[in-house]
Design a protein around this ligand. Structure first.
Ligand code: ZN
Length: 225
């Protein structure tokens, strides 16, 4: 399921197999998510979406899904002087994505899907621009699970779509579903967030949101194939 765990001959075989290879690129950010959730919450969510989509399509006869090593850093406006915020510039993120997608396209693996759950405005704009740049340079069409634009995203909490409210109820429930030990529950009671208190977050709610996210990602994968 993980691209970097394949050997070079296995990648060659991938291109010749009957199933169309689709590579998922999980993208996140390193930034504060309240006093209770990990800095890498966004990457954790993106990575888990990729794993769930790959598992769902594990025996699909048309598609072979592989997960690329993640881009754990994101573009963040308010990165400076906040405990634990480690942002990179939009140009850096743009170059990274374009270079990775181009390198894969040049070796016959053009189908890449950007899977981001940071979704801050500068991150979204950069990802959309990277999709455009890759298409202009090589005609390679890469996919992007765009939480702000995807039609099914209406089923998601608005705060998740807009990249607002990091560490709120929705994101906290996703972390609780995937890595509950990373949520500092002793801190939860006093946290206020714009999408309701993360104190009300549950793993079950997270599982349900993951279901929606995974269905959306599977749809983007199928569209690309
Ligand atoms: Zn977040």
């Amino acid at each position: 399921m993980r691209f970097a765990e394949l050997s070079s001959p296995q990648v060659a075989a991938l291109r010749q197999g009957p199933r169309v290879p689709v590579l998922l690129l999980p993208i996140g950010a390193v930034e504060p998510h309240g006093p209770h959730a990990p800095l890498g919450t966004d990457q954790l969510i993106s990575q888990s979406m990729c794993e769930r989509a790959a598992a769902r399509l594990a025996t699909d006869e048309h598609v072979r899904v592989l997960i690329l090593p993640p881009l754990g850093y994101g573009a963040a406006r308010c990165a400076a002087a906040t405990n634990g915020a480690v942002g990179i510039g939009q140009e850096t993120l743009h170059s990274l994505i374009v270079d990775v997608c181009t390198a894969l396209g040049e070796q016959g693996l053009p189908r890449v899907v950007l899977v981001d759950s940071h979704a801050a405005p500068e991150q979204l704009a950069t990802l959309r621009r990277a999709v455009h740049t890759v298409a202009l340079r090589s005609g390679q069409h890469i996919g992007h699970l765009d939480l702000a634009c995807h039609p099914a995203a209406r089923r998601l909490p608005a705060q998740l779509r807009a990249g607002q409210c990091h560490g709120g109820r929705c994101e906290t429930s996703l972390v609780l579903a995937e890595r509950p030990e990373l949520v500092d529950t002793a801190q939860l009671r006093d946290v206020a967030a714009c999408d309701g208190s993360p104190f009300e977050a549950t793993g079950a709610e997270g599982e349900s949101t993951f279901d929606t996210l995974t269905a959306m990602l599977v749809e983007v994968i199928r569209e690309l194939v």
